[in-house]
Design a protein around this ligand. Structure first.
Ligand SMILES: Cc1cc2nc3c(=O)[nH]c(=O)nc-3n(C[C@H](O)[C@H](O)[C@H](O)COP(=O)(O)OP(=O)(O)OC[C@H]3O[C@@H](n4cnc5c(N)ncnc54)[C@H](O)[C@@H]3O)c2cc1C
Length: 416
């Protein structure tokens, strides 16, 4: 069934009796050409692009829980391509371009909203760093504008311009950045992949990876053995755990990150704002809640929940930037697990185990990367060669010292 305005009208007239489940509840087949472990955004996008662009025949996505239960349904929904380093900009800009055509490509309303991302700066040195970033973006054909204080104030008048501990000097704006409804991305890719014949197998936990003569043969799961000619790992926060099933030790630590939502308010913040003097970023959902987040909880964990000191720290960031937020009541918060690499950049690469491919290390920037990650991972799995925009995301860069240290804080995952 194709979703359209006409379909909505037709179903309204016949009492909504014609809607079909968005995807089949597939039973595992004995073997597939490609099995992707992880039904998050990256795994589902990979399966979709494998079927759509590479015409791979038998594909399965194996998910231990329900689709959207991981970080794809827990993030603060921000998309942008305002990166500095040449290893990153082309990749994230490809992702932005894919976001721009996503809803048409998968025939699903993911509420892609290019409402603009404002990175606020608070010192001369930070202004210079943002100017440099903006210039790097423009050299790569990505939109960027440096706004002075007066221009920013005209656009976002409610920030604290008068009495702030960290005075606001201006902002770097990426007007094409914005937000996307996060779980609709999982549902949209799942439905589109299912329509192309991909088996989406939920409630099926992978417990082992079988190998013969150094090459992958399949996976052990809670629903039995599934053979796989090629196997892709896209399990984000669980990357180290699942990779260890194939004897791999990854340069990744898992950390908790929290997100927060206030009570619904009248439309107030019609863009995305990030605080430059601390870790705080905010937007407003279409339901009215202010959606915001901050720093990692700062210790290694596989538990998808955070703790109180970080909540206080995030709220302090909000108060420093826009004191009025103190009047909004916080109604929900939750945690998700971040797969933090040593340099803050991801890995899309083959592994030393033949026919085992790795997509991991998304830190807390993986949502915006979802389309390009799936696109490039599908390319790698189908063609056994790295896609040109993902050329820097090699697994061996940590051993060889070729880090992509976007934030300039060295090999410290908790600081990225
Ligand atoms: C609070 C928070 C805020 C964030 N904000 C942003 C943001 O604003 N912008 C941005 O770009 N990024 C953001 N991120 C990061 C982003 O959400 C993640 O990097 C990204 O979603 C990870 O990829 P994924 O969607 O494939 O992961 P997931 O959705 O976590 O998918 C991985 C899947 O693998 C499954 N799995 C794990 N182990 C197994 C197993 N053994 N067998 C089978 N399945 C298994 C899990 O159940 C899970 O569904 C945020 C994350 C969090 C938690």
């Amino acid at each position: 069934m194709k979703y359209s305005g006409l379909a909505v009208l037709r179903e309204a007239l016949r009492g909504h009796t014609g809607w079909k489940p968005a995807w089949r509840d597939a039973t595992p087949a004995p073997e597939y050409d490609v099995v992707i472990i992880g039904g998050g955004g990256h795994g589902l996008a990979t399966a979709f692009y494998l079927a759509r662009h590479h015409h791979v025949g038998r594909i399965a996505v194996v998910e231990k829980s329900w689709l959207g239960s991981g970080s794809i349904g827990r993030n603060t929904t921000i998309i942008r391509s305002n990166y500095l380093l040449p290893g990153n900009i082309p990749f994230y800009e490809l992702s932005m371009k894919l976001w721009e055509g996503l809803e048409q490509e998968v025939n699903y309303n993911a509420m892609v909203s290019q409402r603009g991302v404002y990175n606020i700066f608070h010192s001369d040195a930070q202004r210079d760093a943002y100017a440099r970033r903006g210039n790097a973006m423009r050299l790569h054909g990505v939109d960027a504008q440096l706004l002075d204080r007066a221009t920013l104030r005209a656009k976002i008048p409610y920030l604290d311009y008068e009495n702030a501990r960290f005075p606001i000097q201006g902002a770097l704006l990426q007007a094409r950045g914005g937000t996307v409804r996060h779980d609709a991305v999982a549902w949209g890719y799942a439905r589109a992949a299912d329509r192309l014949g991909v088996d989406i197998i939920q409630n099926c936990e992978v417990t082992g990876i079988t190998r013969q003569n150094g090459s992958v043969t399949g996976i052990e799961t809670t629903r039995g053995f599934i053979g796989a000619k090629k196997l892709g790992l896209a399990v984000a926060g669980a990357s180290s755990l699942v990779a260890s099933m194939a004897g791999l030790r990854l340069p990744i630590e898992s950390h908790a990150l929290q997100a927060f939502v206030t009570e619904a308010l009248k439309p107030l913040i019609d863009n995305v704002i990030t605080f430059g003097a601390g870790h705080f970023y905010i937007s407003q959902s279409d339901k009215g809640g202010l959606v915001f987040g901050g720093d990692l909880d700062g210790y290694n964990s596989y538990a998808a929940r955070g703790n109180l000191p970080t909540i206080e720290d995030v709220c302090e960031g909000g108060m420093a930037l826009m004191p009025m937020i103190g009047r909004a009541r916080l109604v929900r918060h939750w945690g998700g697990i971040m797969d933090m690499t040593m340099d803050g950049s991801p890995i899309i690469d083959k592994t030393p185990v033949e026919n085992l491919y790795l997509n991991a290390g998304w830190c807390y920037g993986g949502f915006k990367a979802t389309p390009a990650s799936g696109f490039c991972f599908a390319h790698l799995i189908a063609q056994n060669t790295t896609h040109e925009v993902a050329g820097a995301y090699r697994l061996d860069r940590f051993a060889e010292g070729r880090l992509i240290d976007e934030k300039g804080v060295g090999a410290q995952p908790n600081l990225h």
